[in-house]
Design a protein around this ligand. Structure first.
Ligand SMILES: Nc1ncnc2c1ncn2[C@@H]1O[C@H](COP(=O)(O)OP(=O)(O)OP(=O)(O)O)[C@@H](O)[C@H]1O
Length: 344
């Protein structure tokens, strides 16, 4: 278990981490999300005693990292895969770590085999590809068979097979009762791996919740409905007082009504439907929605006009009364103001 209480880090005038309080529990993979510069790496460095907090505490199984004897047997971490002595062979690199932490040398061959690097054990790591370096970093994290594992961007540089492998590895480690805390910018990957999420923005805690709740609370669910008789469908939806948005390819998106009710209404009107499908936003949409106001670094759109809804675009005129376009798709980390207004 990892416990943070009021954890704070200032670099001069920059507040990198701002009174973070949360607990990372064993038995599940906890994802750590935040826009660039949110303070994720700084938080992880403080967990490992590599940076001193300005205020607050972080404890690993009740102890400060520096109080741990043979720390690699308590905590394994992959922070910066390139931060290793490139002149040493993979096996030697691990052997040095094992010797300084009282870990039997036989464990070196075991972890090299586990990460798929047994055949290059004698090769110098400076010749390694990014993906191989990442695997070696993971081998080092696993070396001491630790109860707590921290991974900062573990899938960086890995090929699809490697990504699949690390996803299963993290889930298996958690299933064995270990504490697994992982940061990633790959939302689709995080959605497949993590059960619980901690989200920060500008150093502050924005969410500490299960994946399912996070998506439900920070995104919109709706029903997509398509009919060859779109105008009749719209008239019916408006008559029923429903909130309707223009979707892709002539579809309509209806908020706050179950698909069953829409189907029954359409049947009563003898209205043909070509689609009636409940939709739930992705983790990426939920993340962008939550962090829209705390993004440190905004990308420009290349000076062009803002993007429109995929395949759709504003069709307000074709959608009378209660219906409206969802407007531009989120820009960079999300500026879908219309959506925000609608939700508030
Ligand atoms: N050694 C340092 N000296 C000064 N400022 C720093 C230092 N390390 C981090 N910062 C600043 O602290 C803030 C948080 O940075 P950090 O690297 O922890 O964010 P992050 O969430 O890991 O970002 P990314 O997703 O881009 O890796 C940023 O504003 C960064 O510029």
């Amino acid at each position: 278990m990892i416990e943070l209480r009021g954890l704070t880090k200032h670099y001069g005038d920059t507040v990198a981490v701002d009174h973070l309080t949360f607990t990372v529990r064993p038995g599940i993979v906890t994802g750590f999300l935040g826009p660039n510069g949110a303070g994720k790496s700084t938080t992880m460095r403080m967990m490992l005693g590599l940076d001193n907090p300005t205020a607050g505490t972080v404890r690993i199984d009740g102890k400060h990292y520096r109080q741990l004897k043979n720390p690699l047997t308590y905590v394994g971490a992959l922070l910066d895969a390139k931060a290793m002595h490139g002149g040493r062979s993979a096996a030697n690199h691990l052997l040095c770590l094992a010797q300084s932490n009282g870990i039997p040398r036989a464990r070196v061959a075991e972890v090299l085999d586990l990460v798929g690097l047994a055949s290059v054990a004698g090769k110098r790591s400076k010749g390694f590809s990014l993906g191989m370096g990442q695997r070696l970093g993971i081998a080092a994290a696993l070396l001491g068979n630790p109860r707590v594992l921290l991974f900062d961007e573990p899938v960086n540089g890995l090929d699809p097979e490697g990504i699949h492998w690390i996803r299963n590895l993290m889930k298996n480690l958690a299933a064995q009762g270990r504490t697994v805390f992982v940061s990633s910018h790959l939302m689709s990957e995080m959605a497949l791996t993590a059960e619980h999420l901690v989200v920060i923005g500008r150093g502050r805690l924005l969410a500490d919740t299960s994946m399912a709740e996070f998506i439900e609370q920070n995104s919109r669910s709706y029903v997509r409905v398509r009919s060859p008789e779109r105008e009749r469908l719209l008239t019916m939806l408006y008559r029923e007082g429903m909130r309707v948005f223009a979707g892709e390819a002539g579809a309509l998106e209806v908020d706050g009504v179950p698909a069953e009710r829409l189907g029954e209404l359409a049947a009563a009107e003898r209205l043909v439907l070509h689609e009636l499908s409940p939709q739930q936003a992705s983790l990426e949409e939920a993340f962008m929605q939550l962090t829209a106001g705390v993004v440190e670094y905004h990308a420009r759109n290349g000076g062009g006009p803002p993007p429109t809804v995929q395949g759709g675009g504003p069709v307000r005129s074709a959608v009378p009364q209660g219906a409206m376009s969802r407007g531009p798709a989120p820009d960079g980390w999300g500026t879908d103001r219309q959506w925000q207004r609608k939700r508030s």
